[in-house]
Design a protein around this ligand. Structure first.
Ligand code: UDP
Length: 446
């Protein structure tokens, strides 16, 4: 087990410093790595504690800080001999925010105990990003404070304020987060049994009201036409599509689709075609028509369609995804991990090859591959919404084979079938989603 590292940050006044140092000593006697942040004035008491055997770390912070109006040598509250000076001192406390944030970025403590006179410290701690601590794009880091130790690469986490520059999107994103915390609660298109640790985390740790009332599409009493035309006009006649699928063995076809937004370069489409062919599996592949592809189809390898005539179906445009996934012939799903597609994959009970591209898809990938263990990652490394590329044919073929063949695939399928069953039960009368919705409506009525 790694040692907990706790930062203690007292106000520079004896009445705050003394008990904080006592607290740091207490923590250190519990095998915690304790570090106290002090101004030069308070170095001696910490040094004394160290000499008497406490293994306590120390960081000295310059005070008065840069741009202060206080005279050098003024380093604690007891030296303020006028009310005006106290006001300047208070202003100076805020100037500590930047050097303090730099310290957090550098050391990444597990916990920060900050004096109440540093109210900004809470936000500073929240904004400390693990990914800034990695030295290269390929190095992995664990996303903190989640129920599982999930590892990501920096390039998989997109952040619109990466360069610290505010733009319209960062402003919107801040407003979204604020409005979510102020709202009465969140309706989640998921079901409790799929992610109990995360549902509990959201409610109990983040203390948000949440009602898991999905999968919403399972409540559809609609006809097949409705399923075929969700969101867009289908690019293939549903009868033709079903006829093709119905002529295939159960679990023998892999369905490949990347949602409604992501686009790939022609080079990447070419790799997909080769990967699919190398996998030797039957397939339905949905290719979103980008601008280039409208003009020419040079992404298709020479003779691809002739060679795969009996094996594959390419849908150029919008596919009736739900109808396809529900079909018995479908045995696996290569998905970009959009949340809707992920949920639709879960509900069809098939293992998945995860190929996240942008948005929160890299997080959904971890749910599928590491938490639910019903899929394998294709190894997508780069967050990129438009003209994405970088996944090679061998990785694609291997991913498809792993979910469609052998014992590993069979085990994932078994688990996926269990989630499929639980999803259906969740939306039935007295299931978890039914009960959550009913509880919300009750709450709203009274
Ligand atoms: N979809 C579809 N046919 C397509 C592409 C997408 O029916 O050819 C549907 C898919 O079933 C899902 C939604 O569009 O319900 C896509 O949402 P998701 O969250 O998976 O990804 P996004 O499009 O937002 O990236």
């Amino acid at each position: 087990m790694t040692r907990l590292h706790v930062f203690f940050f007292p106000l520079m006044a004896q009445g705050h410093m003394i008990p904080t140092l006592e607290m740091a000593k207490l923590f250190s006697s519990w095998a915690v790595q304790a570090t106290v942040i002090v101004t030069p004035r308070f170095v001696t008491p910490v040094e004394n504690a160290r000499k008497s055997g406490y293994n306590i770390g120390i960081h000295v912070m310059k005070f008065p800080p840069k741009n202060s109006e206080l005279l050098d040598g003024i380093t604690s509250l007891d030296q303020m001999n006028s009310d005006d000076m106290i006001i300047t001192f208070t202003r100076d406390l805020e100037l500590l925010q930047e050097p303090f944030e730099n310290l957090l970025e550098e050391y990444h403590p597990d916990c920060l105990v900050a004096d109440m006179f540093f109210p900004w410290a809470t936000d500073a701690a929240a904004k400390t990003r693990e990914d800034k601590n990695v030295s290269s794009d390929s190095e992995e880091f664990v996303l903190p404070n989640l129920p599982h130790p999930l590892k990501f690469k920096k390039t998989q986490i997109h952040n619109f304020d990466d360069a610290g520059i505010e733009n319209d999107f960062t402003k919107l994103s801040t407003k979204i987060k604020e409005s979510e915390t102020r709202s009465y609660g969140v309706l989640v298109n998921s079901f409790y049994e799929l992610e109990p640790d995360y549902a509990d985390h959201f409610r109990k740790v983040l203390k948000r009201n949440a009602w898991h009332i999905g999968p919403l599409f399972l409540n559809k009493k609609g006809e097949e036409d409705d399923k075929a035309q969700r969101g867009n006009e289908s690019a293939i006649d549903k009868h033709e599509c079903l006829e093709w699928l119905n002529s295939k063995e159960p679990n023998s076809v892999v369905y490949i689709c990347f949602g409604s937004i992501a686009t790939f370069t022609s080079k990447q489409l070419h790799e997909i075609a080769n990967g699919v062919e190398i996998s030797g599996q039957k397939f339905v592949w949905v290719v979103r028509k980008g601008k280039d592809e409208d003009q020419n189809e040079n992404w298709l390898p020479e003779g691809f369609e002739e060679r795969t005539r009996d094996k594959g179906l390419i849908i150029r445009g919008w596919a009736p995804q739900l109808l396809i996934l529900e079909n018995k012939a479908i045995g696996g799903f290569v998905t970009h991990c959009g949340w809707n597609s992920t949920l639709e994959g879960v509900c069809s009970g098939v293992p998945m090859v995860t190929w996240p591209v942008f948005a929160e898809q890299f997080f959904n990938e971890k749910l599928v591959t590491e938490v639910l263990r019903i899929g394998v990652s294709v190894g997508s490394k780069q967050w990129k919404r438009v003209a994405s590329e970088g996944v090679e044919r061998e990785a694609i073929a291997l991913g498809i084979r792993r979910i469609m063949e052998g014992e590993e695939g069979a085990e994932m399928r078994k688990r996926a079938q269990e989630y499929k069953e639980q999803a259906r039960m969740a939306v039935e009368e007295h299931g978890s989603s039914y009960t959550d919705l009913s509880a919300l409506l009750q709450e709203l009525i009274v």
